[in-house]
Design a protein around this ligand. Structure first.
Ligand code: ZN
Length: 300
């Protein structure tokens, strides 16, 4: 796209769009069939590649340098496909290690029930030595109070983080579950700055957002979209008003190719945040939210 067309398209977002940025929570592909039935043969990687590539190229033109793919193992994580897409679209795509215990454990494989936190952590640490190199830990837990499997998974994440230095991004049911996890992470001698409270917008009580941010965790409002934009602006504005903009992350939780649906179903793009959300922020906030904070939270 030429610069002039771009400016016309992006309108007031020209400033944001020319700036380098990172999206910390998106998806390329997800398969919700469950850990007991999932297999790589359930989709055609070439079809996913074709569809996702166009969306990623569109995103790249908005200045995005890096996208964190938050699809965990047993939900369709496909590092090989992500590497192909990264090369083709010209932006980094980071994959993850970890397990997703939310949704009542539907996505936990059998071994996760039998093994200890230390054993799970050993698997994840081993994955970080794979050539495709997961760059963060992605887990999921249900609403608080956390049950035994959720506790096992967050402890495994803390051990892995301590050994590898990787940041934990945890899909979290509510504020109670966030605070509980933060306590576990800290007890395991991991800095709260290595913990990202994913889907913090699902907790309506801003006091808990503030509490987590003050404790040093990252509070991630990651469902930015047409239906939720006002609440997201409110969340970001609330933390900024408390002097906690440096603990705040934003993203869209967008995408993705839905395995099992014809043609992958509706693949939402990754640009809404650039066209509609960022123009409504104070310009000075944009580089903090889109570049500095993501790099501080997850590494450069
Ligand atoms: Zn997600």
């Amino acid at each position: 796209m030429r610069r002039r067309e771009f400016l016309a398209l992006a309108g007031g977002t020209a400033l944001a769009a020319q700036m380098d940025s990172v999206l910390v929570h998106e998806h390329v592909l997800v398969d919700f069939v469950g850990a007991d039935q999932i297999s790589p043969g359930r989709y055609d990687p070439d079809e996913v590649f074709r569809i996702a590539r166009a969306k990623l190229e569109e995103l790249r033109r908005f200045g995005c340098r890096r996208l964190l793919d938050c699809t965990p193992n047993f939900l369709g994580r496909d590092p090989e496909l992500l590497a192909r897409l990264s090369d083709a679209a010209g932006l980094e795509i980071w994959s993850n290690t970890g397990l997703y215990s939310a949704a009542n454990h539907k996505f936990l494989p059998g071994f996760a029930r039998n093994e200890t936190s230390a054993q799970l952590a050993k698997r994840w640490v081993a994955e970080t030595r794979q050539p495709w190199r997961p760059r963060f830990i992605k887990i999921g837990v249900n609403r608080g109070p956390l049950d035994e499997l959720d506790l096992k998974v967050i402890r495994a994440a803390a051990i892995t983080s301590r050994e590898t230095g990787l940041t934990i991004a945890s899909h979290t049911g509510d504020g109670a579950a966030a605070m509980e996890q933060l306590e576990i992470v800290t007890n395991e001698k991991v800095s709260p700055a290595k913990f990202v409270w994913v889907h913090a917008q699902n907790e309506r009580n801003h006091d808990l957002h503030e509490k987590a941010a003050r404790a040093g965790a990252w509070v991630e409002f990651d469902g930015v979209g047409p239906k939720t934009i006002e609440f997201h602006l409110q969340c970001v504005g609330f933390l900024a008003g408390k002097g906690l903009a440096r603990r705040t992350l934003v993203s869209q939780d967008s995408g993705w190719y839905h395995v099992g649906e014809p043609g992958g179903g509706e693949f939402r793009g990754y640009t809404y945040l650039y066209t509609d959300f960022l123009p409504r922020l104070e310009p000075a906030q944009i580089p903090i939210l889109m570049w500095e904070n993501p790099r501080e939270a997850f590494g450069v």
